[in-house]
Design a protein around this ligand. Structure first.
Ligand code: NAP
Length: 235
């Protein structure tokens, strides 16, 4: 709670896939949730499904103008963002391997998964530092772990997540002592548009670790980590 009002979370890509479930679980925990989505109608539909704690926010993480406008609107609607979940992501490689990746695919993947997350973070974190409280959760993947990098599958996607992991560590170090905790979460292979219908996990399982990190209690010192199933994952 801040000044007797609930904390506000922004989930990017919150109108589809695991993001919807993150929004639902955050609302269930008493937070106001801004459903960040490129398509306003999708955000509104998700809000109706979740209930009054959810508010729609038009947001394309690849557009600096969209990010600026969305964060300004979020401030007007809620007074500020306390929790940021950088969830928006794309996987565009198909079966391409590193020697054959199309440069446009690499650029588009990085622009959403890495630069997009950084863009939103830069717009939101100064307000968190000013408030002395913040939780940033970057949704990465075991595919981005250098320690587990044992094949060339999905190279652009993997490198985008490795870069996001690096940003997580740098931000966490930089924001140490400010009250802003920054962590990365791997939801695991989860049924969604990206994960497909054969994935072993449902969205409620995939959302659990991100939501845990997004709601770390006051005084928590958990920052600068990469987690899956609430346990550390090697970088
Ligand atoms: N599913 C898995 O097995 C798995 C495993 C590890 C990590 N992850 C990560 O989990 C996160 C969520 O993935 P998911 O499985 O839920 O995939 P998904 O069903 O494909 O959903 C992706 C979400 O990202 C949004 N998005 C894409 N580009 C965007 C942009 N430029 N601006 C704003 N939103 C954008 C999509 O919005 P639109 O509806 O507008 O396209 C959608 O809401 C991703 O970061 C992904 O890399 C997933």
């Amino acid at each position: 709670m801040r000044n007797n009002t609930p904390r506000t979370a922004l989930v990017t890509g919150g109108a589809r896939g695991i993001g919807v479930e993150m929004c639902r679980q955050l609302a269930d925990k008493g937070l106001r949730v801004l459903i960040g989505a490129r398509r306003p109608q999708a955000a509104e539909e998700t809000c109706r499904a979740i209930g009054p704690a959810a508010l729609p926010l038009t947001l394309d993480v690849t557009s600096a103008q969209s990010v600026t406008e969305a964060v300004r609107e979020a401030g007007q609607l809620t007074g500020g963002i306390d929790v940021l979940v950088n969830n928006a992501g794309v996987s565009l490689d198909g079966e391409l391997r590193p020697p054959y990746v199309d440069e446009d695919v690499l650029r588009a993947t990085l622009d959403t998964n890495f630069t997009g997350a950084w863009r939103v973070t830069q717009a939101v974190v100064p307000g968190m530092v000013e408030a002395g409280y913040g939780r940033v959760v970057n949704i990465t993947s075991s595919y981005g772990s250098l320690a587990l990098m044992d094949s060339g599958r999905h190279p652009a996607y993997r490198i985008s997540k490795t870069a996001l992991n690096a940003l997580t560590r740098m931000l966490a170090a930089e924001l140490s002592g400010t009250g802003v905790l920054v962590n990365a979460a791997d939801p695991g292979w989860t049924r969604s548009g990206m994960g497909g219908p054969s994935a072993p996990r449902g969205p409620e399982v995939g959302a659990d670790t991100p939501v845990w990190l997004a709601t770390l209690p006051e005084g928590s010192e958990t920052t600068g980590g990469l987690f899956a199933d609430r346990k550390p994952l090697p970088w």
